[in-house]
Design a protein around this ligand. Structure first.
Ligand SMILES: Nc1ncnc2c1ncn2[C@@H]1O[C@H](COP(=O)(O)OP(=O)(O)OP(=O)(O)O)[C@@H](O)[C@H]1O
Length: 366
């Protein structure tokens, strides 16, 4: 998208959060919403703040946008501290869950709004809006008002309006929560495509782990105002820094096992077999640790004699089947690709339970 205002240097948009802390006074009590958050975001990177309700992600985003002032710490854009810069002068644009479109303006006027506030000719604006309309698949809708559009279309207008002014940073506050699941999937891809094409840095807030995983270059998992882990989606999913992260990102079985550390691995016994499993560095000798096995990592097969477990329950999901299995180490869930109906295992079936050790992970119990 070749929009106007491409006068900024191509690799700008480096964002630094340095020890951000935010305290709110609520009913005579002090609430620490954000607690020493430090983060470096590279130009053009797409970062997601992910965490449960109340973990401080929205407050962090609002501080970056300038809607909220940090109690301590600072925000830097391309090395310049911007805490005192008003929101509209930060070279950032925000996309909200509620779309926040101007209801009395047409699609065209909504998208053109930010450009009209700047020094652009009518022809430049028309050209930029046309490109934005095309790229967001809104051609033919330019004369409609927001209430004449579907939710997904409204969000595309909001996105076009934010991008057309060529900000250095795009901020997203749960922008897809009001859309149905299928549309959400399509919009994730559209947001990523547009953000990548324009090379704009993206900071995205969500509590939806699947959304974070499918969109982000890196995910920042937050817990009680602090960063619990920063990493690529794969790092966070496969090598979580804590039980909290493992549990929050997707589903996980946790088996309590004695563990002996051994060069980045831990020697554990699971389902009657001794094995070396990749291990968190904080697992120490003689620890009782937690062996994390994602449900899709477990293989289940009918045992001709006594197996490692017995099927307690089966849930058919279409593409996969969940089996709840009682084992000596506790009840585990296995998610296996849906087989031919004749091969579905039934309750009470004795089964063997196996997994590839390098697809599991040992965490300290803490
Ligand atoms: N204006 C405010 N006054 C008092 N407390 C606030 C204010 N804004 C947020 N908080 C508190 O700060 C904490 C973090 O809130 P925040 O909205 O940042 O979390 P969140 O992770 O975005 O949650 P959600 O997904 O529910 O929006 C919460 O305990 C919240 O109640």
């Amino acid at each position: 998208m070749n929009l106007i205002g491409l006068d900024r240097e191509p690799r700008s948009g480096a964002l630094r959060l340095d020890g951000l802390t935010k305290r709110f006074a609520a009913r005579g009590e002090s609430v620490v919403a954000v607690d020493g958050v430090s983060l470096d975001i590279a130009p053009g990177e797409f970062i997601t703040l992910l965490g449960p309700s109340g973990c401080g992600k929205t407050t962090t985003l609002r501080i970056v946008a300038g809607f909220e002032r940090a109690t301590a710490g600072g925000v830097y854009l391309d090395g310049v501290r911007i805490d005192a810069v008003p929101p509209q002068q930060r070279s950032m644009a925000m996309v909200f869950q509620s779309y926040a479109l101007f209801p009395h303006m047409t699609v065209y006027e909504n998208i053109a709004y930010g450009l009209r506030l700047r020094d652009h000719t009518k022809a430049e604006i028309a050209e930029a809006v046309k490109i934005a309309l095309t790229s967001m698949n809104l051609v033919g809708k330019e004369h409609r008002h927001p209430h004449e559009l579907a939710g997904g279309e409204q969000q595309r207008v909001a996105l076009a309006r934010a991008m057309v002014v060529q900000p250095k940073v795009l901020l997203f506050d749960e922008p897809l929560s009001n859309l149905d699941a299928k549309l959400r999937g399509a919009m994730r891809a559209e947001i990523r495509r547009a953000q990548h094409m324009l090379g704009i840095t993206g900071l995205y807030v969500t509590h939806d782990q699947e959304e974070a995983m499918s969109m982000s270059d890196r995910i920042v998992v937050m817990h009680r105002g602090r960063i619990a882990q920063i990493g690529t989606p794969a790092e966070i999913y496969l090598r979580p820094a804590s039980v909290f992260v493992a549990d929050f990102i997707g589903r996980a079985n946790f088996l309590e096992v004695p563990a002996e550390p051994d060069r980045g691995h831990a020697i554990v016994t699971a389902f009657g077999k001794k094995m070396a499993v990749p291990s968190h560095p904080d697992v120490t000798a003689h620890d009782t640790a937690l062996l994390m096995i994602r449900p899709e990592v477990l293989s289940v097969a009918h045992a001709s004699r006594e197996g490692e477990g017995v099927i307690l329950n089966r849930t058919f999901h279409g593409a996969s089947v969940d089996y709840e299995i009682e084992t000596a180490g506790g009840t585990v869930t296995a998610a296996v690709p849906a087989p031919h109906p004749a091969v579905l295992l039934t309750e009470g079936t004795p089964v063997t339970v196996t997994f590839a050790p390098d697809r599991a992970y040992v965490l300290p119990r803490r």
